[in-house]
Design a protein around this ligand. Structure first.
Ligand code: ADP
Ligand code: MG
Length: 446
């Protein structure tokens, strides 16, 4: 098909889609699409944003394919891609050039990178600025600056996003470097397979040949001794050869229970950067940035409302925004705080149930009949110190806050919180009364 045939075909398909979906839906989701090319049975369609692409793929792809096939039998699949944001980068020879992240085929080893997860699309705020700076530093230096970079934080806060961003940026600057990104789960799968097929030499060789190795969600290796051991050797071999290793987890290296001591300590040698739970300002800027690529306009008041109410993580924040947009487009509802409240009812209920550190401090202080002030005082007498440690322990258990953040609320640093958590955990095993107290408090708080 030549260009004008393609355009003709796409116009007919669009008209039929409009007929099937109705005017408002088609004009929101279908009109922004354009046909790009036809090659080897695949019709390539360009979408202006990842948001739109995902939506169309999830909701209309089979319909689009069906309608396309009706017009031309040679079309076997339809693929939507994003006309990606361009990155301006400085190459390894200092030349300024343009680089367009493209979704790629899986390489020999790793899994494909998401073209949306770039530094450009990463909104920086207090909770993630350190991790962002560390990731940028790794991406920009040609020699490994810290090994490994260890990124950690709760789910949905941007660890995977930052890892992909490093990979994109290295790819743009150093096109010849080989970068392998995969989950710890995939690493284990490949390792076990290589053992089963007696192919471990090839496995080792492949991994030792990469310039940048990124393993996501390494907590998955906890309790899996032989995988850990293999990873430990791979890791050391790479570091010895000045290759860069980047690792992510949901906990700090020292908190990775079920991880071999030598691996734990080795993982903590480089740069450890944690991503803290979001604050209001960060949530607001992320929503503003995502809303600017939405097909409908979202009032500032609604954005503030979501930023205020959805506090768990960024993935959920995106989900909330998507839902609101969908309800506006499908049911044609005006976007207001009231409609948002309705559309997000279940999410809001869940977020409301979240325990705050103040709740914990109040409940624990009342339970032990001490003053609320004593929660953050420097007094060390036991009848104050123990309840304080109990509160720290509960804060770690019942909230998503990081150790340093919990510490701040008690006027202490993160090592004090860590110590409190360990101590209470140990004491609970021997002290029935304490165990009972903790059970009661946990119940009252959740
Ligand atoms: P994690 O790996 O920590 O569980 P992800 O990296 O998968 O989290 O992030 C979850 C979602 O939130 C992704 O869609 C990601 O693009 C988005 N996200 C996370 N942090 C940011 C940020 N700072 N700016 C923009 N989007 C973000
Ligand atoms: Mg992740």
């Amino acid at each position: 098909m030549n260009v004008s045939d393609l355009e003709k075909l796409w116009n007919i398909v669009c008209r039929n889609l409009q007929h099937e979906l109705g005017g408002p839906v088609a004009s929101s989701w279908i009109s922004p699409l354009s046909v790009d090319k036809f090659h080897a049975g695949v019709l390539y369609i360009k979408a202006p944003s990842m948001f739109l692409r995902d939506w169309v793929v999830n909701n209309y792809l089979s319909l689009i394919l069906e309608l396309c096939k009706k017009e031309n039998k040679e079309i076997k699949t339809v693929e939507l891609f994003v006309s990606s944001p361009r990155m301006i980068v400085k190459s390894e020879f200092g030349k300024i050039q343009e680089f367009v992240p493209k979704n790629e085929e899986p390489d020999r080893l790793g899994v494909p990178l998401d073209s949306k997860f770039t530094f450009e699309n990463f909104v920086v705020g207090k909770p993630n600025e350190f991790a962002y700076a560390a990731a940028l530093r790794i991406a920009e230096s040609d020699k490994s600056a810290f090994n490994p970079l260890f990124l950690y934080g709760a789910v949905g806060l941007g660890k995977t996003h930052l890892m992909h961003a490093i990979a994109w940026s290295v790819k743009a600057r150093f096109p010849r470097k080989s970068i392998t990104y995969m989950s710890a789960e995939k690493f284990m799968y490949l390792f076990i397979r290589s053992v089963r097929y007696k192919d471990t030499m090839a496995f080792k060789e492949k991994f030792r040949a990469v310039d940048v190795l990124m393993i996501d969600d390494i907590q998955f290796m906890c309790g899996k001794d032989s995988t850990q051991e293999e990873f430990f050797h791979t890791f050391n071999a790479l570091v010895d050869n000045n290759r860069q290793v980047v690792v992510s987890a949901d906990k700090s290296p020292s908190d990775l229970d079920g991880m071999e001591e030598r691996l734990k300590s080795r993982l903590g040698w480089g740069l450890v950067a944690d991503i803290h739970p979001t604050n209001y300002e960060l949530r607001l800027s992320i929503l503003q940035s995502k809303a600017s690529t939405c097909p409908v306009k979202i009032p500032g008041k609604v954005i503030e409302f979501i930023a205020h109410k959805i506090t768990t993580n960024i993935r959920e924040l995106e989900g909330a925004l998507n839902r609101i947009v969908a309800s506006a487009v499908f049911i044609g509802r005006e976007i207001t705080v009231e409609t948002a409240e309705e559309v997000l009812a279940d999410l809001l209920r869940f977020n409301d149930r979240k325990v705050t550190i103040e709740d914990i401090q109040k409940k624990v202080a009342a339970h032990y009949s001490i003053k609320l002030n004593d929660m953050s005082s420097a007094r060390k007498v036991r009848h104050v110190a123990l309840p304080r440690q109990v509160a720290m322990y509960l804060a770690k258990k019942l909230t998503t806050l990081s150790l340093p953040e919990i510490g701040k609320n008690f006027g202490k640093d993160h090592t004090t919180v860590l110590h409190a958590c360990k101590k209470i955990t140990q004491m609970m095993e021997k002290d029935g009364n304490l165990l009972e107290d903790i059970k009661l408090l946990t119940k009252a708080l959740s």
